[in-house]
Design a protein around this ligand. Structure first.
Ligand code: QAP
Ligand code: CO
Length: 171
């Protein structure tokens, strides 16, 4: 089922998510809904809190060399943590909860992560490139943070002004 995506400044996006305890049917249904919702909105990553579920669950599906999103490359990420990180990389990020806004954000370039798959199997990996960026962006959602919080003071002010105007025009 395609679910509604919460859009900034929805307060629910600030809620800190909790670890998944049971790797059961309910989790699998949540993952299916997240995938459907991500694909329906042409996203490459989605955190459960973006559909109003405060659980530490992410889905990421980067485009392949042909620029296509292959469902076979979808990664389901439960209870993620970053164990180590180094370097820095800047990328123009966007977010399904902040539609049509993109801005440069600095992240760690290389990260070592631990998470669980849908069956509760622990996975440890080193990530780089866009995958490392996406992982950090999505992990921020689980802690109640959005990428716009990482903008400089002036860029954030400009964003807030434009966003208010946009919301007013939509009414
Ligand atoms: C997070 O972002 C991310 O504004 C995922 O109109 C960001 O899927 C991962 C999207 C940067 C890696 C690098 C945004 C779709 C999708 C929009 C997304 C929009 C339609 C964003
Ligand atoms: Co996002």
């Amino acid at each position: 089922m395609v679910r509604e995506i919460l859009v900034y400044p929805d307060k629910r996006l600030k809620v800190v998510s909790k670890d998944v305890i049971n790797f059961d049917k309910e989790l699998h249904k949540l993952l299916e809904d997240m995938k459907e919702t991500m694909y329906a909105n042409e996203g490459i990553g989605l955190a459960a809190i973006q559909i109003g579920v405060a659980q530490n669950v992410l889905v990421i599906n980067l485009a392949n060399e042909e620029g296509e999103q292959d469902p076979a490359n979808l990664v389901e990420i439960i209870n993620p943590v970053i164990l180590e990180s180094e370097g820095s990389i800047t990328y123009q990020e966007g977010c399904l909860s902040v539609p049509s806004f993109y801005e440069d954000v600095e992240r760690k370039e290389n990260i070592k992560v631990r998470y669980f798959d849908r069956l509760g199997l622990m996975i440890e990996k080193e990530l780089d490139g866009l995958m490392a960026i996406a992982f950090q962006h999505e992990l921020d959602h689980l802690n109640g943070h959005l990428f716009i919080e990482k903008l400089s003071f002036l860029k954030r002010k400009k964003f807030e002004k434009e966003w208010k105007k946009k919301l007013k025009e939509r009414k």
